[in-house]
Design a binder for this molecule. Structure first.
Ligand code: ARG
Length: 280
């Protein structure tokens, strides 16, 4: 008898160190992405409650979780991924596209400096890890809505790594981390997931060539920001409503952990947006 069932790879978790910001000042008071509607009510205490489930999940997974104090008047500060980019102990600061978020840049840089990181002031507009994701030894960097390509050169100069520019074309997927997820930091052919329609044809060709076995996420799952997930190589924390993505993750040996961050979705962010990885 032959066994034709596919071989499910064994996935190995690597403990992560992350920075988060409790959404005590969260609300939607301006509109800088299509998800945001300042007219619709938000519930700050529900946002905090939902955020706590993410925080607790990371602790349960054994991550080293750091917290930055939220600043009144900066409702989007909960989306810590945008606060900078941290690799090799070097923190490249964020320079936000919209004035509403600009004060977050210095607040995060101050935290990085106070916690032993070598802080580099940005000269080009960039929204941190929201648009910069490390896969293997390569930094994939988004542009099109927020982050300027000039910052991709800054990344090259600071980290001395290959930086691949990806052009985002759909306003609902305005940061790279809303359309592209890193599942395994080894950088293999199946180490990422993405939403094809969020990229220009040229960028899509790059993704297909580099990640021939990537998970392709459908529109429904992308529309609940399913791709905005955080993986340690084995455990993948995702939006609970992204059911097809969850199934695909299981089929490939990952362990999905679904959470409901619906209140934070009102600001246009999910799991990954609330998470900035700190790499020493
Ligand atoms: N309201 C925020 C903005 O539009 C959401 C940021 C989401 N962050 C992310 N890493 N995708 O800037």
């Amino acid at each position: 008898m032959t066994d034709n069932s596919p071989v499910v790879p064994t996935r190995v978790a690597t403990t992560r160190s992350v920075l988060m910001c409790r959404p005590e000042h969260f609300t939607v008071s301006y509109r800088i992405n299509p998800w945001m509607n300042p007219e619709a009510p938000t519930d700050t205490s529900l946002a905090v409650q939902q955020w706590e489930t993410l925080y607790e999940k990371y602790l349960e997974l054994g991550y080293d979780v750091h917290l930055i104090e939220g600043v009144p008047g900066l409702p989007d500060m909960v989306y810590a991924a945008n606060g900078g980019y941290v690799l090799d102990g070097i923190a490249y600061g964020a320079l936000f596209e919209y004035p509403e978020r600009q004060a977050e840049g210095p607040a995060y840089m101050e935290w990085f400096g106070a916690h032993g990181f070598d802080v580099r002031e940005p000269t080009a507009t960039n929204e941190g890890e929201g648009d910069m994701l490390l896969v293997g030894d390569t930094i994939y960097a988004g542009t099109g809505f927020r982050t300027d390509v000039a910052s991709h050169d800054e990344l090259r100069a600071i980290y001395g790594r290959e930086v691949v520019t990806l052009h985002l074309t759909d306003p609902s997927f305005y940061h790279l981390d809303t359309a592209f997820a890193v599942l395994d930091s080894d950088g293999g052919p199946d180490s990422v997931a993405y939403l094809p329609k969020a990229f220009s044809p040229e960028s899509l060709a790059i993704l297909k060539e580099r990640f021939p076995d990537a998970i392709i996420v459908n529109d429904e799952d992308a529309a609940v920001l399913g791709l905005n997930s955080f993986s340690d190589g084995r455990n993948v924390v995702i939006a609970a409503r992204a059911v097809d993505f969850e199934r695909q993750l299981r089929d490939r040996g990952f362990v999905p952990h679904g959470l409901d961050l619906s209140e934070l979705l009102l600001g246009g962010g999910g799991v990954k947006c609330c998470t900035l990885e700190l790499r020493r």
